[in-house]
Design a protein. Structure first.
Length: 222
């Protein structure tokens, strides 16, 4: 179990790379066209097909630019998939490669790539939403909506970036220091309370002594 916890960064990167490749093959924009006979025809476009089929179409500029972003996203996804897979195999002693043994703190490579996937997936989501909205406004019989692929990629990008942070922060929590701090605080409070009691006790003794002195003075005066 401990070995799985230490490999969370590798596993998250592997899942993100795999999901990237799968979702880029899924529809990013769905077109619903109402025909003259009242029937609705649905057409699905992934990022690359949309880039080629809608080249030069008015209002489709952001969707075409998204195709370029998806090319970069695909390249990063392949790197994440292959690189993290090798690191996972190395981590669990399944596959040994001298080059990967020499690499220290592989998170320095995987974390920036995972964060870049999150940023690119967010940009892709925004660009496709703008494109779908514009094309719907310009069309009389077609409705453009976002496909599940781009939304799924964005959700997985968030999860795969958050999970390593959660596990790493869990390792850094030191409850012993926290408890010792509380004990020290209680001890300080106890010392302060004891000082107040001692001061109050001194005051009571001084007051009693003062009353006794006054009584002796009155007796002597009589």
């Amino acid at each position: 179990m401990e070995k799985i916890k230490t490999a969370v960064t590798y596993i998250s990167a592997f899942v993100l790379g795999l999901v990237t490749i799968i979702t880029l093959c899924c529809p990013c924009i769905i077109v619903s066209v109402t025909l003259s006979d009242g029937n609705v025809q649905t057409m699905n476009y992934d990022a690359f097909k949309f880039m080629t089929d809608f080249n030069g179409v008015k209002g489709a500029g952001s969707g075409i630019f998204n195709g370029i972003i998806c090319v970069i996203t695909l390249i990063i996804g392949i790197i994440l998939l292959v690189y993290s897979l090798l690191l996972i195999l190395e981590h669990f002693n399944v596959f040994h490669a001298e080059k990967f043994k020499k690499i220290k703190k592989a998170e320095k490579v995987l974390i920036p790539l995972s964060v870049s996937q999150l940023v690119l997936s967010l940009m892709s989501l925004i660009l496709l939403a703008v494109c779908a909205n514009k094309l719907t406004e310009l069309s009389n019989c077609a409705i453009y909506t976002l496909g599940a692929g781009v939304v799924t990629l964005f959700i997985f990008a968030i999860l795969c970036n958050v999970m390593p942070v959660i596990f790493s922060s869990d390792k850094k929590l030191n409850f012993k220091k926290f408890k010792i701090g509380n004990l020290n605080l209680k001890r300080k409070k106890g010392v302060e309370t004891e000082s107040v009691i001692m001061a109050s006790g001194n005051g009571i003794v001084d007051g009693t002594q003062y009353q006794s002195d006054m009584a002796d003075a009155d007796i002597n005066a009589n």
